[in-house]
Design a protein around this ligand. Structure first.
Ligand SMILES: Cc1cc2nc3c(=O)[nH]c(=O)nc-3n(C[C@H](O)[C@H](O)[C@H](O)COP(=O)(O)O)c2cc1C
Length: 353
């Protein structure tokens, strides 16, 4: 469902934010938008799909700061998607401001793709992404996520079927692999390209590597050089300096930001302005304003039962902006209602200003 675009402007007042900012000598690099099947990803900065986080409320907060070339939903079960109510489902609600929007599908069964893609056509998706990188055991049991990298023939069938069923930009999100076998990674990406995938996003970690591990951006460079389609690199970008280093090391065509954009929803804008030289004004930031805007958006967009869990998940990351942020996270986490969470957060902000 398209929500009223005006809603965003009504409940997204001017932000007053105090955020410490490191001054760094970053060279502006040329901004080369990515073009795939009529979709212009400009600047080439993408929001990573994140379960429970990349819903419309957070996407709108990020949109308020600018700098995003392509938004993403969280992963969506291809099996359940056709019966989801687009006006009520927290996975599908979107507005005019969080676009262009890519929808990520999770499946291992080619036969689930036709109805799922039909639904995405109805929803006017701007792009479709196939999840081939999720390492969660619950996903792997069904042969989906990174299991598809372990069974490239299944991945090939899925990519081929998806390509047959849609003319939308079709992308895949993968990890660098199960082990450090460069040949396998290259062969997998080449297979995706042969099957008509338009762009690949690579999370620069192996299957079993935790998010705390330094991402292996250097692993992307070789793959990038051997493919014609654009390659986007993901993992461990939390600052403009990380973005610059990641691009330099990987040679990728674009960057995908996950947790960094939840902690600092203005990070896209900073990278677009300070690295790509985009004409974006520096916002005057206020962390409490960002936080209470998210609460308001959750309240305006989602059913009551879908709000608090999402606020708690956001708080887990956003609280990292504060030295004693774990107090904010635990207070919100133990709240029974949105009202209680809001009151506790406002008290925390007053005590930590
Ligand atoms: C809470 C959470 C949920 C995630 N959900 C998804 C998902 O639905 N689909 C997916 O492909 N990756 C998912 N990821 C992985 C991210 O897209 C991304 O690859 C990972 O966080 C590394 O990027 P980052 O270091 O910028 O956060 C998730 C990550 C987190 C932290």
């Amino acid at each position: 469902m398209e929500c009223d675009a005006a809603l965003f402007h009504l409940i997204f007042p001017v932000l007053f934010v105090k955020v410490p900012c490191r001054t760094l000598a970053i060279m502006i690099i040329p901004c080369k938008p990515i073009h795939i099947r009529g979709l212009h990803i400009d600047p080439p900065l993408l929001l990573a799909p994140m379960a429970g986080l990349t819903h419309s409320a957070l996407r709108q907060i990020i949109a308020g700061f600018g700098g995003v070339g392509l938004y993403s939903t969280e992963m969506l079960s291809a099996k359940r998607l056709p019966t989801e109510n687009a006006g009520r489902s927290p996975y599908l609600i979107r507005t005019a401001s969080d676009r262009p929007l890519s929808y990520q599908l999770l499946t291992s069964r080619p036969e689930e793709l036709a109805p799922a893609l039909e639904k995405l056509h109805e929803l006017k998706a701007d792009a479709v992404d196939l999840n081939m990188g999720c390492p969660a055991p619950v996903v792997g049991r069904f042969g989906a996520g990174i299991r598809l990298m372990e069974k490239p023939e299944n991945a090939r069938c899925l990519a081929a079927e998806a390509r047959k069923r849609t003319s939308l930009p079709l992308t895949a999100k993968i990890r660098i692999g199960i082990d450090l076998d460069e040949g396998k990674l290259q062969a997998f990406c080449a297979m995706l390209e042969d099957e008509g995938i338009d762009m690949v996003s690579i999370h620069a970690r192996l299957k079993h590597e935790p998010f705390a591990r330094r991402p292996r951006w250097e692993r992307i460079a070789d793959v990038k050089n051997r493919l014609k389609i654009p390659i986007v690199v993901n993992g461990g970008i939390f600052s403009v300096q990380d973005a610059e280093e990641c691009l330099r090391i990987s040679g990728a065509d674009g960057l995908m930001l996950g947790r960094g954009a939840v902690i600092r929803p203005w990070l896209f804008g900073e990278i677009a302005r300070d690295l790509y030289g985009c004409a974006l004004a520096k916002p005057v930031l206020s962390l409490p304003a960002v936080y209470t805007n998210l609460i308001d958006l959750l309240g305006a967009l989602f059913l009551p039962e879908h709000r608090l869990g999402r606020l708690k998940q956001f708080t887990r990351y956003f609280s990292k902006n504060y030295k004693f942020g774990h107090h904010l996270a635990t207070r919100v986490h133990s709240s029974a209602t949105m009202e209680e969470a809001r009151e506790r957060a406002i008290l925390f902000f007053a005590q930590n200003s």
